[in-house]
Structures are given as C-alpha cells and as structure tokens.
Design a protein. Structure first.
Length: 235
C-alpha cells in the first residue's frame, strides 16, 4: 500500500505537465485542471478501471486529471482481488497524458510493488494517480458506512472512506488518501456522480510507487475491497 501524508492542499487552476508511464518519463504539454467543489460534474461512466468480481469500478477521477493507474498487493488478508480493465503498460517510451493514450487504445495500467505482501492478491490494491485537488467520485453505487480520520504510519493525518456496495453488501470498498471529505455516514452514493472528496498532495520525501511512471510526485487515491459479514447489510 502506498503511503501518504497530509500537507496543505493547494488548489491550482493550471497544473504542471505529466507523462504517461514509460521507461524514461517525458514532459508533455500542460493542461488546465481546475478543482472547484462548486462546479463538480459527473465522470464518464463508460470508463471502467477495474472489476470487483462482476461489479464495474469506474475511474474515480476525471480522465483529464488522471496521471497513471497501478495495481499492487496490500497487507490485508481479507482483501478481494480486483481485475484490471485495459492493457498492461510497457517500457516503450511512449509519453503523453492518460487521456490522450486512452483515446488511442484504451486504459493502460501498471503492476507496482506496493506492500509486497503475501497476504493478498497482486491486484488487491488500486492506485489511481491524479492531480492534487481533483475531485474523487464514487466508483460504485452504495452507502457510506464510515468516514475515518486516522494517523497513517502513526504520524500523518489521513482520511479513509468506506463504501458498502449496493450490488453486493458483503463487499466494502475502502478509499484512502482523501482530503475535504464531502460525504457523511449513511449517505447513499451514485457511481460517477457523488463527490467523495479530493485527491491529496504527497510530500516529495515520501516515495510513491506511481512516481516511477510519471513526472509528478505520484499523487493518488487508493482503492481496496474487502469481504465482510453479510449481517451488516443495510440494503
């Protein structure tokens, strides 16, 4: 699981250029990504980043704000493997934004080290790299059962949101590395429409696995699914 730390979130109208994963990431022309909570709109429901058993997980940030996609193991024996959608990235040296490459051939993803844990599948964790301040949308229909502020690594403030899936109440989707949470416990969420919060910025001194594939700091939101007792179902 990648690590993060809360730092002052800088909302910017223009963000620096990012490169799609390659052996030697290259800069690409800059693009405008404005993060304003008052102007949120739905994401493209056609863009599925992974499947959780037979349930589609939508890309949780807008495509134009996305920098990279990586799957990795996690230190959670109750985690459920995700199935990547798209095609594996390679080291061809192709540079460009994810939006451009998606238009040319579909979603690309990478396998990263993560926790290198033997307790989960290699695809149990999903990191979606994105511009800090970009909206995080619910990737599934469901209900918020927890919004938890906690200390990551015992030192750093972080926020975790747990969603119970409407299609299978025995599954929870845990979303971490969130700032400015916009939902409360008990709220129903709609895939691609409900804003959960925003992507946080990572400090440069903390290594992020996605950083090897982009020219940014590897800023991302993380998704992990777990199986829970069915008696907690509220649907």
């Amino acid at each position: 699981m990648a690590i993060a730390v809360v730092v002052p979130l800088v909302l910017a109208a223009v963000w620096a250029a990012y490169a799609w994963p390659s052996a030697a990431p290259a800069l690409v022309p800059s693009a405008n990504v404005v993060s304003q909570f008052g102007q949120a709109s739905a994401v493209d429901r056609r863009i599925v980043v992974a499947r959780l058993e037979n349930i589609d997980l939508l890309l949780p940030v807008k495509l134009e704000a996305t920098t990279a996609v990586g799957f990795h193991p996690v230190d959670n024996a109750n985690s459920v493997a995700l199935t990547p959608v798209g095609r594996p990235g390679d080291s061809s040296g192709v540079a460009g934004t994810l939006a451009v490459l998606f238009a040319k051939g579909g979603m690309r993803y990478y396998m990263t080290g993560g926790d290198a844990s033997d307790s989960s599948s290699r695809t149990a964790g999903l990191d979606v790299g994105a511009v800090p301040g970009a909206f995080i949308y619910s990737p599934v229909d469901g209900r918020v059962i927890a919004v938890t502020a906690y200390k990551l690594l015992g030192r750093y403030d972080d926020t975790e949101i747990e969603l119970q899936l409407a299609d299978d109440p025995s599954l929870l989707l845990i979303i971490t590395h969130v700032v400015k949470a916009q939902v409360a416990i008990g709220a129903d969420v709609t895939a691609g429409e409900t804003v959960l919060g925003a992507v946080r910025a990572f400090p440069a001194q903390l290594h992020q696995d996605l950083r090897q594939f982009t020219t940014d700091n590897g800023d991302h939101v993380q998704l992990v699914a777990v199986r829970v007792p069915t008696q907690i179902s509220g649907f």
